[in-house]
Every structure is written in structure tokens, then in C-alpha cells.
Design a protein around this ligand. Structure first.
Ligand code: PNS
Length: 175
């Protein structure tokens, strides 16, 4: 199989149109799922790639994040969950992925994401597709979810039920 690019008029026989949705996903939120689910309708295969970042403390291990992502994306049928470290463009090149999909929640996201997209394109030619987040989730981030859950706030409308349960369990362990 060869790799196609986004924007080609449908999948030619034997061509897999592939994209990556990268992130920390600590933990995955409904905002992430909105972007992943919409991407899954545009590409034959979407790789959800969890960044391994040893210098940043996280609530969930990479394995736990992959486990949650695998469970909550199973219904889409064309999602593969993986992890990566180092540069995203190197991961893309190693896995024949020509497109990065990024959700944009607000203009403030765009400022940073534009620079990164331009750098990534300059480094290896990988393209970035900016997908406007559903306005329902424009305020949503994993950090806010963790803060709300830490103080017993209701995160039921922010994360899938599985993630809500794992969050509660993890925070209980830490109390
Ligand atoms: O969920 P996050 O933490 O906002 O995701 C950020 C992520 C992982 C997409 C971004 O930091 C990234 O791609 N990191 C890998 C290192 C890299 O390639 N940096 C960009 C250099 S131009």
C-alpha cells in the first residue's frame, strides 16, 4: 500500500489516506474526541499519537492514556492509538503519515499552532489541517478537567464516562 494525501478525491485503490491526531491526552476529553471522530470521517486511518514527555509530570501514565483512548475511540473503527517521543514530524515520516490534524479552540490556539505547523512543514513537508473545535468544547482542556475533578467538580459533560471513572479513582488514590 502507498500513502495518499488529504484532499485527494477519494481513496484510489490501494491508497491509504492517513492522518495523525497528536497530543498529551492526560486525559482524553470530549473536545479531543470531537476532533478525532471528525478526522476519522476524512481519512482512511487516523493515528492518535500520545506524546511521551518525561520532563512533564502527568496524572496518567502513557500506557493508561493509550488504554483510555483505545477504549473510547473503538466505535470509530479506523483509529489506531500509539505513542511517540521526539519530533512529531519524525514519527510522521517513519509511519507514512502526511497530515497532522489539530483542533483550534480559539484564536489564541492559532497563534502557537500556526508557528508549529509552519515549522513542521519546513522540516519535512508534513501538512497540518486546522479543524475548528465544536464551540461546545471551546473552553475545554485536560488541565481544566483535572483541576475541576480534583476539587470534586462535575466533569460528566467534559469527558467520556470511562475517563470520569478513572479520574475519580486516580484522584482517590492520591488523597
Ligand atoms: O496535547 P498537547 O500537549 O497540547 O500536545 C502538544 C503536541 C504533543 C502535539 C506537541 O507538543 C508536539 O507535537 N510535540 C512533539 C515535539 C515536536 O514535534 N515539537 C514541534 C517542533 S516544531
Amino acid at each position: 500500500m502507498t500513502t495518499g494525501t488529504a484532499g485527494s478525491a477519494g481513496s484510489a485503490a490501494g491508497v491509504v489516506r492517513r492522518a495523525v491526531c497528536p497530543g498529551s491526552f492526560d486525559p482524553v476529553t470530549l473536545g479531543h474526541l470531537d476532533i478525532i471522530g471528525r478526522s476519522s470521517t476524512l481519512y482512511d486511518e487516523v493515528v492518535v499519537a500520545v506524546l511521551v514527555n518525561k520532563s512533564k509530570s502527568s496524572l496518567f501514565s502513557v500506557e493508561e492514556r493509550i488504554d483510555m483512548l483505545t477504549a473510547v475511540t473503538a466505535e470509530y473503527g479506523n483509529i489506531r492509538v500509539d505513542s511517540f517521543h521526539g519530533l512529531l514530524v519524525h514519527y510522521c515520516r517513519a509511519h507514512d503519515i502526511p497530515v497532522i490534524v489539530k483542533g483550534i479552540r480559539a484564536v489564541s490556539d492559532f497563534d502557537y499552532e500556526l508557528k508549529m505547523a509552519q515549522m513542521n512543514h519546513g522540516l519535512t513537508g508534513v501538512e497540518t489541517l486546522f479543524m475548528p473545535t465544536n464551540p461546545e468544547f471551546s473552553f475545554l482542556s485536560s488541565s481544566l478537567v483535572k483541576e475541576i475533578a480534583t476539587w470534586d467538580g462535575d466533569v460528566a459533560r467534559l469527558v467520556p464516562p470511562l475517563v470520569r471513572d478513572r479520574l475519580a479513582a486516580r484522584l482517590d488514590e492520591r488523597r
